[in-house]
Design a protein around this ligand. Structure first.
Ligand code: HQG
Length: 170
């Protein structure tokens, strides 16, 4: 089994699969993944436990699994609203920069805009889309202005939208 490929498949099934009737909190039945998507329990445990970004979690009763963030399907994964650090970073690709400077950071297909606490992580996120560029986000100012921030249980900062006035580039 190629664990990376199976992990990507699981990420799709838990974040973006519009065909599945998700529980309101984003849980998907493990039995569905075993019966209809070719996973074994051993494989699922390995993916959830060894995932480099700790993207997934099992329910306490071990009947369900969900992604901790990154969804496009409208579920409430019970994110914690938190006071952000003074600065956060957003990694993107060069070809998006002019639109972002015009319209702000939008969540596009996902439920939230994803922000990183380090430049290094932001660079890695940006590389997924092309030549990476990192925006600095004045998150404390946003918070003071009443914008909500959430911290997922695997350490990703999330917000609904970042207006251009809070963005800068070094
Ligand atoms: C860009 C991975 C044009 C935005 C990562 C990004 C992350 C705009 C792209 C997580 C725009 C959306 C999410 C605007 C934003 N005009 N482009 N106004 N506003 N964009 O993949 O943040 O490995 O949906 O900059 O680590 O790249 O899957 O978001 O480049 O945490 O767990 O539109 O996915 O996590 O791309 O990545 P995405 P993202 P996982």
């Amino acid at each position: 089994m190629n664990i990376t490929r199976r992990s990507c498949k699981l990420a799709f099934l838990l974040r973006h699969d519009r065909a599945y009737p998700f529980d309101v909190h984003g849980w998907r039945a493990i039995s569905d993944l075993l019966e209809h998507h070719g996973f074994t329990m051993e494989e699922l445990s390995k993916i959830v436990e060894s995932n480099n970004k700790r993207r997934f979690e099992f329910s306490e009763d071990m009947q369900y699994v969900r992604a901790r963030q990154g969804h496009s399907i409208p579920v409430d994964v019970e994110l914690n609203e938190c006071v952000p650090p003074s600065i956060l970073f957003h990694g993107t690709a060069e070809h998006f920069v002019s639109d972002i400077l015009k319209d702000g950071l939008k969540s596009q297909n996902r439920l939230h805009v994803h922000l990183s606490s380090t430049i290094e992580t932001a660079l890695n996120v940006g590389k997924r889309h092309g030549t990476p560029v990192v925006f600095k986000v004045d998150s404390l100012k946003m918070h003071k202005d009443g914008v909500k921030f959430y911290l997922s249980r695997n350490g990703v900062w999330l917000t609904d939208f970042v207006a251009t006035e809070y963005l800068s580039m070094d």
